[in-house]
Design a protein around this ligand. Sequence first.
Ligand code: FAD
Ligand code: SIN
Length: 521
Amino acid sequence: MIYKDILIIGSGIAGLSFALKIAKERPDLSICILTKKSKTESNTRYAQGGIAVVLDKITDSYQQHIDDTLKSGGGLCNKKIVRMVVKKAAARLKELINWGVEFDKQTSGEFSTGLEGGHSHARILHHKDITGFEIEKKLILQISQYSNITLLDNHFALDIITTESIQNNIHINTCYGAYVLNQQDNSIKIFTSRITLLATGGSGQVYQTTTNPSVATGDGVAIAQRAGAKIKDMQFVQFHPTAFYKINSNPSFLISEAVRGFGAWLVNKNGVRFVLDYDERGELATRDIVSKAIYFELLKSHEDNVYLDCRHLDMKEFKKHFPSIYNHCKKNGIDLYKDQIPVAPAAHYQCGGISINAKAQTSIVNLYACGECSHTGLHGSNRLASNSLLEAIVFSHEAYLHIFNKIDYVNKVPHLVFKKYPAKKANLSKINNLKKELKALMNLYAGIVKTSEGLILAHKQLLKLDLLIKEKYQNVAPNYEIIELKNLMSVAHLIVNQSFKYINKRKINRNNEIETDINQN
Ligand code: FAD
Ligand code: SIN
């Protein structure tokens, strides 16, 4: 058993920025960051477009960023949270810069800002088209300077440790750390802590086509749900309109929305621009609209992809802004001077997640969450481009402030009875097929356009898969692949169940039966 004052699960922008703040202000505290693969592997690492911040208050304003966020979120954002995030953006950006993160500048010395879908103003700060790589690299470098932080690669959190009690007739669930699979020797380690932060990122891997790396399997959401935490709005999965189309690639390489902000057109196989038929903002409408436009265009044409046409753009400038995209296309035989880029939508971002308040507290005592695994109310039904890195740093800061003030009053870890995991080894031969089946059914029935009929089919097939998985993997020793599959199944159920409620005004009850929502009668 290992004790740390603070346990952080996840080494993306949310977990790392939180760790840096608390480690600096409280050198007396022991802090541990666990990450399931290598420390740099995360959604953060692949972020391209950048981070939305209002810096120029003459032609832009907080109000415009707020309005853009609200409009993108389909009227379902929490207005207070939107205002808070937009207003705190510049202060958090300054901290990133102080940690050494470099953002592109113009020759005048001012920041170069890009435009993305749904933004009424060019306000996206970026580091070429590898903003996330730059952030991840610099934060990891900073982390290495703190002797009170331990960062452990290949440590896969399985579950959190909780105790239940009744106080004043209220049922209280308190978190005291996590059970963790050490992948180097397959042992289970128990990490106890006074405070635990889930910063486990997204769940794009529940779909067949996604921009998210293999680690994005929704573990934090599944772990929190198993422990009884409130999970919200998982029905709102954002599909990015322009992932590079290549059969069987997982993840799909992203062609940043900033490329459309730079002037690229989306065209069908006949070379005709079509998004204007769906929204007057054309290629720079919000992602939900552009992805749906592509979806319907592909239904009509029976093709697998549309194209991004960059041939009319200044290629010298393009290469300067988007070197990694240019090189990826080149490697795949696409010469941007004369060829169009094949693109199709791919699952990109989890707008819902573990429900947290403005201080990043979950419904479980001493369990916090921030970043993509959390639901703050910022995004509503569709996140505005480049608001995610921003949300992560704003909420990791709020978590830090709250924990900094509270930790001295948090009780020491009590005597705990730990759960025992089974020791029997499982046969893993079928696991990839089960994963494939799950991902395919999510793409088919719970993708960009969801229907009642599709959701009913998805629900039924998920129940069948549940049975198969139980049959094979119940009461076996935890293993990376098995736990990921089980977590993906939990996320899939959440997406389908919460979509039911949203779309059909129906719900799936505790016996897994579909019933009419009482509110609708
Ligand atoms: P992540 O960066 O995903 O980090 C999660 C961490 O948790 C990882 O280290 C992971 O290994 C670890 N982890 C997960 N489960 C476990 C477990 N069970 N045990 C231990 N560790 C675990 N957003 C923007 O705002 N601007 C952009 O330009 C942008 N571009 C994007 C481009 C791509 C290709 C992708 C995929 C996303 C992009 N996003 C962008 C979204 C944004 O990158 C993410 O939402 C954000 O980086 C999430 O940060 P995070 O710290 O919450 O999670
Ligand atoms: C992109 O560069 O298109 C991704 C931006 C985002 O996900 O916010």
